[in-house]
Write a protein that binds this ligand. Structure first.
Ligand SMILES: Nc1ncnc2c1ncn2[C@@H]1O[C@H](COP(=O)(O)OP(=O)(O)OP(=O)(O)O)[C@@H](O)[C@H]1O
Ligand SMILES: [Mg+2]
Length: 259
């Protein structure tokens, strides 16, 4: 019975994300919509990849597939050498929770919990706190994240008491607190002004470079995309073009400063 024990180490010689001939067709009533169409891609450990494309081109759907939130209609997704299709639902969920963090297009914060509560529950759900090797949430690291994201004074508040930008920054802290191997960020700067979006990009770049987190970011913003090592252009469910980010080698400003 194939399973995932949570201790698989990435093989640095192989891609951390591999998608082969991925297709996802949604059925909406009698209408079939093919959101992702025979797409293949691979991402090496530690890469920062931006994905851009028009609305409806299948970017979010691609993330749901790569993150194991939805099953492909055909084709396969291999994470760290493990083919999602060989896992049962429980093992797939475990793999996802242990290694992948999402920043959703809509923040998906739980409305009844404070910002801190949202971050804590994400840490608990990731499984890092439980078991014999469990470690409690690193409050120093949370301080560091909160400082860079400027949410330090806001953690006691519920999402409804936070601005859109603050909610998004809490969602980034929630994603990064588990130090995931892979971060999938869907329009993380979509609702933010320049200053807030710089803070978010700074944080994502920092965790990519300093912690080696493999980061995939969907964005409509060409300036944001330019910080990625690679930019993939999607159209009609396919990757139609690829280029290097023009700002990928920029030196990072100090923590807390804008990008
Ligand atoms: N659950 C669903 N049921 C039916 N169709 C869907 C569903 N989710 C997405 N689609 C369709 O699949 C296509 C791709 O949607 P997707 O959300 O992946 O696009 P996107 O590139 O993320 O767009 P945006 O930039 O607007 O977020 C669209 O035509 C969308 O209407
Ligand atoms: Mg989308």
């Amino acid at each position: 019975m194939p399973g995932y024990n949570g201790n698989v180490q990435p093989d640095s010689a192989s891609p951390i994300i591999l998608a082969e001939n991925l297709t996802k067709t949604y059925q909406a009533g009698k209408v079939l919509v093919t959101a992702v169409r025979g797409l293949s891609m691979s991402v090496e450990p530690g890469e920062f990849v931006a994905i851009v494309g028009p609305s409806g081109s299948g970017k979010s759907t691609l993330f749901y597939l790569l993150g194991g939130l939805t099953r492909a209609t055909s084709g396969r997704v291999v994470i760290d050498g493990i083919d999602f299709a060989t896992l049962d639902d429980g093992a797939r969920t475990k793999l996802r929770r242990h290694r992948i963090a999402f920043v959703f297009q809509k923040f998906n914060l739980l409305p009844t919990l404070s910002a801190m509560g949202n971050i804590e529950i994400a840490y608990t759900v990731s499984g890092r706190a439980s078991g014999p090797n469990g470690t409690p949430m690193d409050l120093k690291y949370l301080d560091h994240l909160s400082e860079i994201l400027s949410i330090q004074g806001r953690l006691v508040h519920r999402p409804a008491e936070l601005s859109g930008g603050e909610q998004q920054r809490v969602a980034i802290a929630r994603a990064l607190i588990t130090r995931p191997a892979i971060v999938l960020a869907d329009e993380p700067t979509g609702n933010l002004d320049t200053r807030n979006s710089d803070a978010v990009l700074n944080m994502l770049l920092r965790s990519n470079r300093e912690l080696g987190q493999t980061t995939l970011m969907i964005t409509h913003n060409p300036e944001a995309a330019a910080i990625a090592g690679r930019i993939l252009y999607m159209r009609d469910g396919e990757i139609v073009r690829e280029e290097k980010g023009s700002r990928a080698n920029e030196v990072l400003p100090p923590a807390g400063a804008a990008v």
